[in-house]
Design a protein around this ligand. Structure first.
Ligand code: ZN
Length: 266
């Protein structure tokens, strides 16, 4: 499942297409177009515009355009559970994640959306499970601060909630970009129980969590994706804490399977 690190890799791939002019939109799957977007609307807004920037907020990829000298619309792309970005048939090589070549070899019937450029190149979202989507001028402020740049104070404000710590961290309106694997890894590194009320953190614990989120993103980004955490190989029956050897605990928190250490995560 793509989390912040995978979308960031998609962003760097999309950046290669900055400067190219959109010749056509290929949107064969109306279900995949969200919040009132239609193939006609997207074509009317985007054809003739030039890709000006590839940005990211949380798990949302934002493609800014210019039309002549004026700023054009922004296309938002969501990748859901299985969405991958391909430029001219190739996924990014920025992550281990993309070592899985099956998506490139995957079927064209999974291609939900494409920008076709005047130079003949194509930027495609291939999404077998169809849980991603394309949006025109998405409201970016519905998303919380991005997890890579969130300040300690912003994180504290985001966690002013009675919800379990893990659920609050996965709420994209509070902090944007973290999913199941990144949150479990960051909480394991910080030594915090995912089931604790988010607002129960002391100032020291908040500082530790902030540091752990940054370290998780940095280290796992370098290793090759959200699945490369220290906890990753232990997310299975019989899994043991890589720090102290305790048998890991498995719970469902915030609707997601959660692995944590009952000894050092308190
Ligand atoms: Zn432990």
């Amino acid at each position: 499942v793509p989390e912040l690190l995978e979308i960031e890799a998609n962003r760097t791939l999309a950046e290669v297409a900055v400067g190219r002019t959109i010749a056509a939109i290929d949107a064969p799957d109306a279900w995949w177009l969200k919040e009132g977007a239609t193939a006609d609307l997207l074509a009317g807004a985007l054809v003739g515009a030039t890709l000006a920037a590839a940005r990211r907020r949380g798990k949302l990829l934002l493609l800014d355009t210019v039309a002549g000298d004026a700023p054009g619309p922004t296309l938002g792309l969501r990748f859901g559970m299985t969405g991958r970005l391909l430029l001219d048939g190739r996924a990014t090589d920025a992550l281990l994640y993309s070592a899985d070549q099956s998506i490139e070899a995957g079927r064209a019937e999974w291609d939900r959306f494409a920008l076709e450029f005047t130079d003949g190149s194509r930027l495609v979202v291939r999404d077998p499970r169809r849980l991603g989507g394309a949006l025109l001028d998405p409201d970016e402020d519905r998303l919380g601060p991005d997890a890579t740049t969130v300040t300690r104070a912003q994180l504290g404000a985001a966690l002013a909630s009675a919800a379990p710590l893990k659920a609050a961290l996965m709420d994209q309106g509070r902090v944007a970009g973290l999913g199941n694997l990144l949150v479990d890894e960051a909480l394991w590194r910080a030594g915090l129980d995912p089931g604790r009320p988010a607002r129960s953190l002391t100032a020291d614990e908040l500082a530790g969590l902030h540091k752990a989120i940054r370290a998780t993103l940095r280290v796992l980004g370098r290793r090759g994706g959200s699945h490369t955490g220290d906890l990753g190989p232990m997310r299975a029956p019989g899994g043991r804490c890589p720090r102290d050897g305790a048998a890991l605990e498995r719970r469902t928190i915030g609707g997601r399977t959660t692995w944590s250490c009952p000894v050092h995560q308190v």
